[in-house]
Ligand binder design. Structure first.
Ligand SMILES: [Mn+2]
Length: 396
């Protein structure tokens, strides 16, 4: 590796940060059940403490996405306290995730429900989430809707779209000028016939209808088999509508597996489209990288460290693509040479340089090993084991 390449990797590592999900530290599972871990976080404070560990050992996870229903049991009243707690553990509050799918009132939807009371209930929760974001200093409001229907003919799809447009437009008016709302899409589940925001095109149209501070959020697990996610990313970039990612990997459906565990080349290709865009335009894309994973078997903190390190490596490899050569080969339709530009960067082992970078930043060269020997897990297991013996009722 020449010095120009090392510099490229170094700069990439300096700028790459990825947000942790608070719900990734609690006992989560599948719809068939949960296997409880004695060290899993049982309170908001414990989640933030665990997130603080991930950041302390990796140096690239300074913020934590929060889930309003699970992390702010008293709603707005908890906001300042949660923000202070985060600071005490060396992290800050990131994206605020409202929950408009768990309450019984949402049986037939939230913003898309035919029941006016359900739509109003959802809006009230959204507005409280915005107020929470103001008090925690969070920039992004991250929106995912479980709305949809299970059987043909049971829902007025166009009417529901109008309700979504109205709801999102109203919500947008409550954002501060520097805030954003991110609209996430998902093709199916929990609804199995239609979901109201099923793909990136629908999310894009709704974000545009909502207002200029609304962008699209791409959850990598929310696509059909073999869908070209990096093309979606390239299109959203060119429209200045890519707001952020929920990263995870999948094999069959929305499996929420560890990023890059099944198809690291997919993650690399997504990062490549972003780095290529930035090289070509000379601008930094304003993208919130977030993890949205649920590990029912792996130890949670270690898995988050593993995810952050994987993301760093894949991002660094994508930054390594020789953009000048690639652009030239593309222009001349030199197919093999162009493709090899990507493969060359993807095949580069950046791990020695990542270790050097960590050393220079005062971070452990091997974060997982260092975390294991820190004694943290043994300590929190003693404190939490008993609380973790009874099955919690909510998802996280
Ligand atoms: Mn997601």
């Amino acid at each position: 590796m020449n010095s120009r390449q090392s510099e490229t990797i170094w700069r990439a590592l300096d700028r790459f940060q990825i947000e942790l999900p608070s719900w990734g530290f609690a006992n989560t599972g599948t719809r068939f059940g949960k296997f409880l871990q004695p060290a899993a976080a049982t309170t908001t404070e414990e989640k933030l403490s665990d997130a603080g560990q991930v950041h302390a050992f990796t140096g690239c996870c300074p913020s934590v996405a929060m889930h309003v229903l699970w992390d702010f049991p008293n709603g707005e009243a908890d906001a300042e306290n949660v923000a202070l707690t985060a600071a005490r553990y060396g992290v800050r509050i990131g994206a605020i995730n409202p929950n408009v799918f768990q309450d019984q009132i949402y049986k037939y939807g939230s913003f898309g429900s035919p029941d006016e009371n359900a739509r109003k209930f959802a809006m009230d929760h959204m507005l409280e989430s915005v107020r929470i974001s103001h008090r925690t200093g969070s920039r992004d409001l991250s929106l995912w809707f479980a709305d949809g229907s299970n059987y043909p003919g049971t829902a007025n799809i166009r009417q529901r779209k109008r309700w979504f447009e109205e709801g999102l437009r109203e919500l947008h008016q409550h954002l501060k000028p520097d805030q954003r709302m991110l609209v996430e899409y998902k093709p199916f589940e929990p609804a199995f016939y239609h979901t109201d925001i099923a793909d990136w095109g629908m999310a894009l149209l709704l974000a545009k209808a909502a207002g200029p501070q609304a962008k699209v959020l791409v959850d990598t697990g929310h696509h059909y088999q073999s869908q070209n996610i990096e093309q979606i990313v390239a299109w959203l970039l060119s429209e200045n509508m890519l707001g952020g990612f929920h990263f995870n990997d999948r094999r069959y459906a929305d499996d929420d597996l560890t990023l890059g565990s099944i198809d690291p080349y997919q993650v690399f290709r997504i990062f490549h489209e972003i780095c290529f865009f930035e090289w070509e335009t000379g601008t930094r894309a304003d993208i919130a990288y977030m993890i949205d994973q649920s590990h029912n078997l792996k130890p949670r903190i270690e898995e988050m460290i593993q995810t952050a390190c994987t993301a760093q490596e894949l991002y660094a490899r994508a930054a390594l693509v020789d953009h000048e050569s690639l652009a030239r080969h593309q222009q001349r339709c030199e197919l093999i040479d162009a493709e090899e530009c990507l493969k060359e960067a993807f095949a580069t082992d950046v791990r020695p340089l990542v270790r050097d970078w960590r050393k220079a930043k005062g971070l452990p060269e091997d974060p997982i090993r260092e975390f294991r020997s820190s004694g943290y897990i043994e300590r929190v297991t003693r404190l939490r084991a008993e609380k973790n013996t009874s099955s919690a009722s909510s998802y996280a």
